[in-house]
Design a protein around this ligand. Structure first.
Ligand SMILES: NC(=O)c1ccc[n+]([C@@H]2O[C@H](COP(=O)([O-])OP(=O)(O)OC[C@H]3O[C@@H](n4cnc5c(N)ncnc54)[C@H](O)[C@@H]3O)[C@@H](O)[C@H]2O)c1
Length: 322
């Protein structure tokens, strides 16, 4: 019989604090960019018209993680999450299953950790506002993690759904204790912000170059299909440094990178991977920086491995035998 540790969403929230997850994720990205992880391309398929993915990776020191994830936009009407996932973790030497865990919270935590790592490395020194475009599920985790590295003077928010903005305003004020400004539109939201976070399900640009004022660091986690874009041409052209989670993945999946490369607005050779930035650092921060992510399986394996280790230390979770 094999014993497996089961970790719930609540367990993961207790185990994966921003600082330790960001540090672990930094090492995972470094190993990825140095070719030290095993990360076959994710399998993408469509079921009943909805996106499903299977993402697998071996991150030395953390373990082998496999995630089954789906994105079902109509779930909002059913009172279910848009993104649902299950992650399993295996011992790399024996192959034995070690743990299974809730993957929706794990995904939000590991995505926020990558964004926060980019903020740690690229945030302007100047104090100022953080703008959040798209105030759904991911946006809560993004801000909770980012504020550990850049304390905003104000949080400017915008969503096409008024109720999402109102709920997010309550969350930011009551749970994070930060001042909120509800913007009139996308441009009003971005105006003067030092950090811009895009966490929306948009297909068309929501970050416009004409209102970007340096110094600013942009984080874009949405628009991760080949034809979707979160930044318009002017915005992408204004960016001095584009950091991506994976050069290969963004060239395949992110319209924000693929389309401007095809149009000759940016060059693929100029893209820097987050892991390379962790390894080499920067002499001087450029005026406008962007972190564009599509999400990598190394993040899931890393977060799952860290959660498992911490759960063993703290005695959290429930053991089952199969
Ligand atoms: N890069 C990664 O690693 C990663 C990981 C997880 C999720 N994501 C992506 O992050 C995005 C957000 O996911 P979520 O779980 O928070 O979804 P969600 O449905 O909970 O929230 C998305 C929000 O975006 C808003 N929105 C849609 N179009 C908009 C527009 N044009 N302007 C402003 N707001 C708009 C919606 O009203 C909604 O409130 C999705 O695209 C998702 O696929 C990326």
């Amino acid at each position: 019989m094999v014993r497996i540790l089961v970790l719930t969403a609540q367990d993961l929230l207790e185990l994966l604090d921003p600082k330790s997850l960001v540090d672990a994720i930094a090492q995972a990205f470094k190993k990825y960019s140095k070719g030290e992880t095993v990360t076959p391309p994710r399998t993408v398929f469509y079921v009943e018209g909805n996106w499903w993915g299977i993402m697998q990776s071996y991150v030395p020191g953390e373990g082998v993680g496999v995630k089954v994830v789906n994105i079902i936009p109509s779930n909002r009407e059913r009172g279910l999450p848009t993104i649902q996932a299950l992650v399993s973790l295996y011992d790399p030497v024996t192959g034995s299953p070690q743990a299974i865990m809730e993957g929706g919270v794990l995904t939000a935590l590991r995505t926020a950790a990558a964004s926060a790592l980019s903020v740690k490395l690229l945030a302007p020194k100047e104090k100022g506002a953080v703008a959040v475009i798209g105030t759904g599920y991911q946006a809560r985790f993004q801000l909770r993690f980012i504020k550990e590295y850049y304390r905003p003077s104000q949080v400017r928010i915008y969503d096409i759904r008024r109720e999402a903005m109102e709920e997010y305003k309550r969350f930011v004020e009551e749970e994070l204790g930060l001042e909120v400004y509800m913007a009139k539109d996308h441009r009003d939201c971005i105006k003067g912000a030092r950090i811009v976070v895009e966490a929306s399900t948009t297909k068309d640009p929501v970050i416009y170059g004409d209102v970007l004022e340096p110094p600013v660091h942009i984080v874009s986690i949405g628009a991760h299909t080949p034809t979707a874009r979160a930044l318009d041409d002017e915005a992408i052209e204004k960016v001095d440094l584009i950091v991506v989670d994976s050069r290969k993945a963004v060239m395949e999946e992110a319209g924000d990178i693929r389309i401007p490369v095809q149009k000759g607005l940016i060059k693929m050779e100029d893209l820097v991977e987050l892991g390379e930035l962790v390894e080499k650092g920067l002499d001087e921060r450029p005026a406008i920086t962007l972190f564009k992510s599509v999400g990598l399986a190394i993040q899931d394996a890393c977060a799952a491995g860290l959660a498992y280790k911490k759960a063993l230390e703290k005695g959290l979770g429930k053991w089952i035998s199969i």
